[in-house]
Write a protein that binds this ligand. Structure first.
Ligand SMILES: [Zn+2]
Length: 214
């Protein structure tokens, strides 16, 4: 008779069993969803980037391993990978969400439908289960294909809501333009906003001042 291993007992990337506990004290550590090998390949460099108008808290520079995992998750619709991005950093994220409501950078509705899940919302599920649907996309063109000029077009629209404190979250901060537009729109409507992105483009470290986050 075969016993099915629970998915949480296997590394989400290489499927190696996770419960190879060599020291008793490891039993008491919070269980990771990745094996040690896969976890160690992910470059972690948590920083706070001082963009011109706002700060972005971010954890992973967009390096090879992160890039591959993000593509598998986002473009190959591998929803099971969602917990690996932030499960080690809940402790650092909790103080930011405290007394704030989470707002995700919106995706195009047809992309959410294609994927079968909202990729940003799923990444942050352990940080906050409820996200406020305050923003929606206005342009139907893919941002990556746009010229720099066109990227300056309005990306989001806002649903009216009484001003509140918000944690604005995204998966990748490439140029910072999406976050900036969403941040401006929300603050113009009286919201108090902090921004978090799971990953960031390493070039941002040359373009903007930054400091170590944790
Ligand atoms: Zn692994």
């Amino acid at each position: 008779m075969f016993t099915k291993t629970s998915p949480s007992q296997q590394c989400l990337i290489c499927f190696k069993p996770l419960l190879q506990v060599s020291h008793l004290r490891e039993l008491f550590k919070e269980q990771d969803v990745l094996c040690r090998d896969c976890r160690s390949k992910l470059v972690v460099d948590p920083i706070i980037i001082k963009m011109n108008d706002f700060d972005v808290y971010s954890i992973y520079p967009y390096e090879d391993s992160f890039q591959k995992i993000l593509i598998q998750y986002k473009d190959l619709f591998d929803e099971a990978l969602a917990p690996l991005f932030l499960n080690r950093y809940i402790k650092q994220l909790k103080p930011l969400i405290k007394s704030r409501q989470m707002v995700c950078i919106p995706s195009y509705p047809q992309h959410v439908k294609e994927r079968g899940f909202h990729h940003v919302e799923s990444m942050y599920k352990e940080v906050s289960r409820d996200s406020l649907q305050l923003l929606s996309k206005v342009s139907s063109r893919h941002q990556a294909k746009m010229s720099l000029n066109k990227r300056a077009e309005l990306l989001f629209q806002i649903k009216s809501n009484s001003p509140t404190s918000i944690l604005l979250v995204d998966d990748m901060c490439t140029t910072g333009e999406s976050l900036r537009q969403a941040y401006m729109l929300l603050t113009d409507h009286g919201h108090d906003v902090k921004c978090v992105s799971v990953g960031y483009h390493p070039l941002l470290k040359r373009q903007f001042p930054y400091k170590k986050w944790f």
